[in-house]
Design a protein around this ligand. Structure first.
Ligand code: CUA
Length: 307
């Protein structure tokens, strides 16, 4: 609604000649741009078309967790590495602030990516080829993906997602021959994913090796890997290698005491992290993670194995 009404009968007044000319030019331009848009999509080297499905963050997180559990062949900086078979579904989860898993793909083979976010909007940007997709929580973004060139690709997040945004870098390597794995430090990964032991609820007793394997998965999937490293570096939290059996200086009730890192101590550190704070890491207190008792047992087995 306009504040002023036009004069009566304006609709039937003739349009001036030059005004008409501009309308025709605009119309032609509109049609040309419209055709251009369709042609650009078909013939231009644009981002591929994709399909999107509704999902929920918990549902997708569960899907990707079980996908990684079943398919991981190793770790890269605490991020699980998966080597999917061609023409299979691949689940990629973004969360503050990482992409997981890292992928090893075969040149000229197709993969069906499912991409979603666990928390907020992230941007899936493959560099240096500069393909960009928005990743929303609650949507399963399905993308046919066929790498045509070997090499290492970084997955950069290109939507600002908080303080760790700039560290949110994933990895996709595309290989042609097995030897190519060496270029990326992946030559020692498992050839095939380990067959997973059934979780403890089946009543089956796990072997020590199976416990360690399950613990390693808790380590990567539940996010312990973000702070606890296993290569001896410790910026945010004590490293896990060589930790078990060690004497640790901690603060309890304001007093410094020495404790031996054993099963009870690890259990307590997970359940009530504020009880004893390791000297040197008081500034980065650990949050409480919702782990099951089994998860905790497995984590302990894993830490024990890291000598
Ligand atoms: Cu994720 Cu920025």
């Amino acid at each position: 609604m306009s504040l002023y009404s036009p004069a009566e009968g304006w609709y039937y007044k003739k349009v001036a000649k030059d005004e008409k000319m501009w309308m025709v030019i605009a119309l032609i331009l509109c049609i040309a741009l419209f055709i251009w848009m369709v042609m650009w999509h078909v013939y231009g080297k644009q981002n591929p078309s994709s399909t999107t499905y509704r999902t929920s963050t918990t549902e997708f997180a569960k899907l990707s967790e079980s996908y990684i559990k079943k398919n991981m062949v190793g770790l890269d900086n605490g991020v699980p590495v998966v080597r999917p078979k061609p023409n299979t579904d691949v689940f990629i989860l973004s969360e503050m602030w990482r992409w997981s898993p890292a992928l090893i793909l075969q040149k000229d083979q197709s993969y069906k990516f499912h991409i979603s976010s666990k928390d907020l909007l992230h941007g899936f940007s493959i560099q240096p080829v500069n393909m960009n997709f928005q990743v929303f929580p609650g949507y399963d973004y399905v993308l046919e993906f066929k790498p045509t060139e070997v090499g290492e690709y970084k997955v950069i997040c290109n939507e600002f997602c908080g303080i760790g945004h700039h560290t949110m870098i994933g990895r996709i390597v595309v290989i042609e021959k097995e030897e190519d794995l060496k270029l990326y430090g992946y030559e020692n990964l498992k050839k095939e994913p380990d067959p997973l032991p059934e979780s403890g609820s089946s009543g089956k007793v796990l072997t020590e090796a199976e416990m360690v394997l399950m613990g390693e998965q808790v380590y990567t999937l539940k996010g312990c890997a973000a702070c606890h490293k296993i290569d001896g570096t410790s910026q945010l939290a004590p490293a896990w290698n060589g930790l078990f059996g060690k004497d640790e200086l901690v603060i309890e009730n304001g007093k410094k005491i020495t404790v031996k890192v054993d099963e009870d101590y690890i259990k307590e550190s997970i359940r009530t992290p504020q009880q004893k704070l390791t000297v040197g890491f008081e500034k980065t207190p650990m949050p409480i993670f919702p782990l099951t008792d089994e998860d905790v047992e497995h984590v302990i087995a894993y830490i024990k194995s890291l000598q």
